[in-house]
Design a protein around this ligand. Structure first.
Ligand code: 5RP
Length: 259
């Protein structure tokens, strides 16, 4: 957007002095760029802190999303330097990235446990309750987290909240049960919307739909999680309770650890 605006000013150019003034990026976009740079730095720093927990010969869960991508890239760097690990990906996308970067993968059904997983989140609280699934990988992420001895969540500071729920809770639903689940969610105060991508339903790696359910700010995430677990047709939901061992949050140029 910043680029478009800038280009518009450049090409309008009939008044050279005004044009010169306007070719500099307007303050709003400058501060937007600075916000984006800060966010990316916080994500990279959180990833760098998290990969310190990986040891030689570990089985490592590989998260999904733009923050987890930094961790996968940094793990690949360590592998190139001689670290021996095997990765368990949480999505087809992370699997493809890891393979491309030279990380050896192992089938999730061939491991007893995962030593450490590094994944992202859409929201987290100081007591390490999470909303995940913005990228649609919530089911595999939850299975990988449940198998992990150490589940490390990495995030920029914008993901920190006092109460979960501004981000809608992703719910992976078997397509056949879509109408039923949507009604059940409504009974529990969740206004659900089918997730779409380019005007067609978003399909998960498991061939299912995602309903993004708005419960408002959630007073008791553990209670809501138990309720959602009872609804037939839901494969997994994005409330992750008692699963994260640590949350490492980038905070400006440093990191904060919630444990
Ligand atoms: C994918 C996830 C992601 O970890 C979550 O959506 C955060 O993604 P990003 O790091 O791109 O903000 O749960 O299912």
């Amino acid at each position: 957007m910043a680029f478009c605006r800038k280009a518009h000013y450049v090409y309008s150019g009939r008044l050279p002095s005004l044009e010169r003034k306007l070719t500099t990026t307007p303050t709003f976009f400058k501060s937007q760029n600075m916000q984006d740079e800060k966010k990316e730095l916080e994500r990279k720093n959180a990833a760098a802190e998290a990969v310190k927990h990986i040891k030689d010969n570990d089985i490592v869960g590989l998260g999904t999303g733009s923050t987890a991508k930094y961790a996968i890239e940094q793990i690949a760097g360590l592998v190139q330097q001689g670290l021996k690990i095997k990765g368990v990906p949480t999505s087809e996308k992370s699997s493809a990235l890891a393979t491309q970067l030279g990380i050896e993968l192992i089938d999730i059904n061939d491991v007893e446990a995962i030593d450490v997983t590094i994944d992202g989140a859409d929201e987290f609280t100081s007591s390490r309750e999470l909303i995940k699934g913005g990228g649609g990988a919530l089911f595999r992420e939850k299975i990988v987290a449940s198998l992990s001895r150490k589940e490390i969540i990495i995030a920029d500071s914008g993901k920190y909240v006092n109460k979960l729920g501004k981000f809608k809770v992703p719910v992976e639903v078997v397509p056949l049960a879509f109408n039923y689940v949507q009604k059940e969610l409504a009974k529990h105060g969740g206004m659900g919307q089918l997730r779409e991508m380019e005007h067609v339903p978003f399909i998960t790696d498991n061939g299912n739909y995602v309903i993004d359910a708005d419960f408002g700010l959630i007073a008791d995430p553990a209670e809501l999680s138990r309720t959602l677990n009872q609804i037939d047709g839901i494969l997994a939901h994005g409330l992750f309770i008692n699963l994260a061992t640590l949350v490492i949050m980038g905070d400006g140029t440093s990191v904060q650890v919630f444990e």
